[in-house]
Design a protein around this ligand. Structure first.
Ligand code: MG
Length: 375
């Protein structure tokens, strides 16, 4: 409420996001574990002066949108949008009787309560206001012959939210439709009424996510741990290297404990469970298989999900044999399977000072950590 009148936020999420090159429109992409749309809605949900929220989306995404909006008690309805953004806003305005409307783009996830409040306060005073920031670049206007520099101190980059007295914006829309006019934003329609539009303090951070470059890089850490028993009559394979030793590791595959730990760290970072799940040990196709091949498969699956490896660090715990002479080739083997450069794949070996099962040479253990990134 403001001035005793109700405040409705209209969040537009009908964009197809074709410039993102993803199958899902940008507003439904995840950003740090939450969708961009959820982040755009949240500050309106939290702002005390906002009474209700209407979300407008494409017919195909109503169900997805409703799912996202379940977390927000002020979202009254998810409406089906129209052909253009302006048509979508109109569908929402049609069900608002009075008070104030704050129209916001569902692909602007960095909006803050301060910005929303500034726009609403100015709209309540003047009837119409937009969030905007002074342009940083010098802007030139093309003319018939050449171009000219515009006075920068009068120029602003327009953002959302844009706030309006409901009667005024409905009238502006009615006029635009009567004249077949489509504007690039809602305030442009109010301009055509000859009604002034105030400028409220936006922020340079309040960007619209348009291309992939606008999304922050997503980083994930992963950890893996594995142990295999040392037995006679098996070869000792560590990081794809066959190491001369009187015993080897027991397992369904080649029992390469180091690569197993590494794969679990990779799958863990990606939230893709673990190798036991991916390569079940009751599946005969994995019997005796080289773990390097399994690592190649994991790499392929990570790539399908858009992940790339920043770095990995593997620690092998073995009392014997000495692993130092093999470290270089171990790193090379894993880097090759991962399609990564050797300098981001580290391998360390340590004894456990003859303590525990490793110290008694009953088994070898390995741990791995990695960081994946996406975006
Ligand atoms: Mg294992």
């Amino acid at each position: 409420m403001i001035n005793g009148k109700s405040v409705t936020a209209i969040i537009t999420a009908a964009g197809k996001g074709s410039r993102m090159g993803t199958s899902l429109p940008k507003q439904f992409l995840s950003m740090g574990g939450k969708t961009i749309l959820a982040r755009a809605i949240e500050p309106f949900e939290e702002a005390e002066f906002v009474d209700r929220i209407l979300v407008v989306t494409n017919r195909d995404f109503v169900a997805l949108c409703e799912k996202i909006c379940e977390d927000y008690s002020k979202v009254e309805r998810v409406l089906v949008g129209g052909k253009e953004r302006q048509d979508s806003v109109k569908n929402a305005l049609d069900i608002i009787e009075d008070g104030y409307a704050l129209i916001h783009d569902g692909a602007r996830p960095y909006v803050s309560e301060d910005i929303i409040k500034a726009v609403l306060t100015d709209a309540a005073e003047t009837g119409a206001s937009v969030a905007a920031v002074p342009v940083k670049d010098t802007i030139r206007q093309a003319e018939d012959a050449g171009s000219k520099t515009l006075p920068r101190e009068t120029l602003y980059s327009v953002q959302t939210p844009q706030g309006f007295e409901v009667g005024l914006i409905k009238e502006a829309f009615a006029k635009a439709y009567a004249e077949g006019f489509y504007g690039t934003d809602d305030a442009g329609l109010v301009d055509r009424m000859g009604h002034p539009v105030a400028i409220s303090q936006g922020s340079y951070g309040n960007i619209k996510i348009t291309t992939k470059e606008d999304l922050p890089v997503e980083m994930r850490i992963g950890h893996g741990y594995d142990v295999h028993r040392l037995v006679e009559g098996r070869e000792l394979i560590l990081c794809g290297v066959n190491i001369p030793f009187e015993k080897g590791l027991l397992g369904h595959s080649d029992a390469d404990v180091a690569i197993h730990a590494l794969m679990d760290s990779l799958l863990g970072a990606a939230g893709m469970r673990d190798i036991g799940n991916l390569f079940p040990d009751n599946d005969d196709s994995y019997k005796g298989i080289s773990s390097v091949l399994l690592l190649e498969e994991v790499t392929k699956r990570l790539k399908e999900q858009g992940w790339s490896l920043n770095n990995a660090d593997v620690t092998i715990m073995a009392q014997r044999p000495k692993l130092a002479p093999h470290i270089d080739i171990m790193r090379e083997n894993m880097a090759k399977a991962l399609g990564a450069s050797v300098d981001v794949i580290n391998v360390k070996a340590t004894t456990t000072e003859k303590l525990g099962f490793v110290g008694r040479e009953e088994g070898i253990a390995a741990e791995a950590v990695c960081i994946l990134s996406r975006g």
